[in-house]
Design a protein around this ligand. Structure first.
Ligand SMILES: [Zn+2]
Length: 80
């Protein structure tokens, strides 16, 4: 099944799973919170409040669609 989601590779360590042509724009960039006492934690300021997951040492932001489309299962598929 064709799914209107895409993976954006921001860097070698940060990726975003984003809905395509969503009702509102997503922010597909992140910044590192160096004030954290341990390793820097990537933060994404997208208004959809993306979920942060880790695949080994790669940080993946799973964005939520503004138009309510279902993408979670597909996201889990590609992250295997
Ligand atoms: Zn988003």
């Amino acid at each position: 099944m064709e799914s209107p989601w895409t993976v954006f590779i921001e860097s070698g360590k940060v990726r975003h799973v984003l809905p395509l042509d969503d009702a509102e724009e997503h922010i597909d960039s992140s910044w590192e919170d160096n004030s954290y006492p341990f390793d820097p934690v990537p933060q994404c300021d997208c208004p959809c409040h993306p979920r942060r997951e880790y695949e080994k040492d790669i940080c993946i932001f799973i964005h939520s669609s503004f138009d309510g489309r279902e993408g979670l299962e597909w996201a889990n598929e590609i992250l295997k």
